[in-house]
Design a protein around this ligand. Sequence first.
Ligand code: PRP
Length: 183
Amino acid sequence: MSLIDDVEKVLISEAEIQERIANLAAEMNALYSDADRPMLICILKGAFMFLADLTRHLTFRHELDFMEISSYGRGTTSSGAVRILLDLATDVQGRHVIIVEDIVDTGNTLTYILRNFAARKPASIRVATLLSKPSRRQIEVPVDFVGFEVPDEFVIGYGLDFAEQYRNLPFIGVLKPEVYRQS
Ligand code: PRP
């Protein structure tokens, strides 16, 4: 069986994602046109594809860095335990920071990230997430740029995985429940 056979439906198409990212980038271009080389921080692994498409639309000078955070393990729900697996290479003190996430679900990961970044004393910090699942929020967390709000379904693709699979799909899809039930 191929990867695509595990997809129940396409929730957000490739074209819809690309159009929305262009719009988010236009908002950022207006906000950061005069800022001194803001840093986009990609939260690995899920945000790698969003970051790659977003950065190509940005017209202001900026830099990229990467941080790997894990909270889910192989399960389908957040364990609440957040760990830094890979830290930044750059000192962000005094820099304008944009955190780039693939999804904000319970809000636990982003809350941890924002607390962690506060200690690094950036000049400013904003958050961009491709997806948000507001119905799952356990903790209120500020998000400045949201691509799409999604319902409480198991979404995969465009960077988002289940058991490290499906990240390469160019769209956001819903996984067939039998796939995660049987594992
Ligand atoms: C996902 C996602 C967010 C977090 C959101 O990461 O990338 O960082 O979960 O969930 P929360 O709002 O409930 O905390 P995951 O731990 O699955 O790692 P990955 O990006 O490497 O797949």
